[in-house]
Design a protein around this ligand. Structure first.
Ligand code: ADE
Length: 239
């Protein structure tokens, strides 16, 4: 069973629409849609915004649904000038950027007493995307639709903050070398890690996490979210 998490309706509704016979179970205020996409067993859920909601959701997927992989789909702010609005970031790894115990001598992002604070994506899931040449094929087909979307692999940094200013954006680039910022991915990867579940984050860029983010986000959220789902569906097909 594959678990698929999005924080908002725009990030999962299209997937739910493909599962008209889904069994819906409500736990902790979240509706878990259990069914099939491309003949694969999946459970799709909107977790709500932020790291706590995302971690609760991932634990439920582990405990109740015994998922063998978790994929997070959604939108993010770009932290990399090469990565433009509507482009895709596939996570290499993910860090909780608002974890800060520097007062006690730890580096920013380091979670005290844990053996790991940089949560690596499952190489098999990345390989499925790369080996099957999905990234290139999809990039080509999206380009053909005149969207000219590029697909990157990179670092996702997550925190309970919407990043919309140059100072904070530069800080996340300089401190963590992040490629995109969002509010759930690293906590999903963290919860998956402690449960030994392979995880991957797919994010499409809705804004540049700077002074233009307030304007760009509402304009591009839906289009970006749809691009992320497009990649995800190709991945599911090839699993
Ligand atoms: N999700 C989409 N854009 C974002 C941003 N700029 N900061 C945090 N989460 C986001």
């Amino acid at each position: 069973m594959l678990g698929i998490i999005g924080a908002m309706d725009s990030e999962v509704q299209e997937l739910k629409n493909e599962m008209p016979d889904a069994k819906i179970t409500s736990v902790a205020g979240m509706d878990f849609y259990e069914g099939h996409i491309h003949d694969k067993d999946v459970v799709v859920v909107k977790c709500g915004i932020g790291k706590v909601n995302a971690a609760i959701c991932t634990q439920i997927l582990a405990d109740r649904y015994k998922v063998d992989s978790v994929i997070n789909t959604g939108v993010a702010g770009s932290l990399n000038s090469d990565i433009d609005i509507c482009d895709i970031v596939i996570s290499n790894d993910a860090i909780e950027h608002d974890m800060d115990v520097t007062a006690l001598g730890y580096e920013r992002g380091v979670i005290p007493d844990m053996d790991n604070s940089v949560f690596h994506s499952d190489s098999r899931l990345i390989d499925v995307l790369e080996e099957e040449n999905i990234m290139r094929r999809l990039a080509t087909s999206i380009e053909e639709a005149n969207l000219s979307v590029k697909i990157f692999t990179g670092r996702v940094v997550s925190g309970d903050q919407f990043i919309a200013g140059k100072e904070k954006r530069d800080d996340l680039v300089n401190t963590f070398a992040g490629d995109c910022a969002e509010m759930e991915g690293a906590s999903i990867a963290h919860a998956a890690y402690v449960n030994n579940i392979p995880c991957l984050i797919i994010r499409a860029i809705s804004d540049k996490a700077d002074g233009s983010a307030e304007m760009d986000y509402p304009t591009f959220e839906k289009k970006a979210a749809a691009n992320s789902i497009k990649i995800l569906k190709q991945l599911i097909k090839n699993l």
